[in-house]
Design a protein. Structure first.
Length: 174
């Protein structure tokens, strides 16, 4: 069985996806409670349970101290909006752009990267903002924290048991 389990925060916000085995461990240790189940059974010598589809954490999650640099986190910081044309896009239509191009010594850091749509990134190319005449709407900064974002962005790929818990939180860019 290759089932996965959706984990919700105490406030029912979609937080992460675990293997069903890890979810059963969390239920057994009291770290989570079952919210929804699949039809398949999970058996041990002494217990039979329905496989957990959705669980809710029993304690609050600890916020991370710093925002880790990643492509997804740059898109989250910039609101999934191209920083050149201002259009909000789906994740697959975005890339990131170096303000100071790498071939000119620009680093891949929070303060040198902005979200760009593919046409704008192509138009700017390996030029600086001054050379291209393209300037970001907001100067890039290293965020102190980032908002929680659902671990699922495409509801069509999620099991039906998850839909009610994920749909309210899917952003327009999904």
């Amino acid at each position: 069985m290759e089932r996965r389990t959706l984990v919700l925060t105490q406030w029912f916000f979609p937080y992460q996806i675990l293997s069903w085995q890890d979810a059963v461990t969390q239920i057994y240790t009291g770290d989570a409670t079952v919210v929804a189940e699949y039809d398949e059974e999970v058996r041990s010598p002494s217990v039979t349970w329905l496989c957990p589809a959705v669980v809710r954490l029993t304690s609050s999650i600890k916020p991370t101290r710093k925002a880790k640099f990643s492509r997804f986190n740059v898109f989250t910081r910039d609101g999934f909006t191209c920083q050149y044309c201002g259009h909000r896009k789906r994740m697959g239509d975005l890339t990131y752009d170096h303000l100071i191009p790498r071939k000119r010594g620009g680093k891949t850091t929070w303060t040198n990267i902005v979200t760009a749509c593919k046409p704008c990134n192509s138009r700017k190319g390996s030029k600086t903002c001054d050379e291209a005449g393209m300037f970001p709407l907001h100067l890039p900064v290293k965020p102190k924290s980032l908002p929680l974002v659902p671990p699922i962005r495409d509801l069509s790929k999620a099991p039906a048991e998850w839909h009610d818990y994920v749909r309210p939180y899917l952003p327009a860019y999904a």
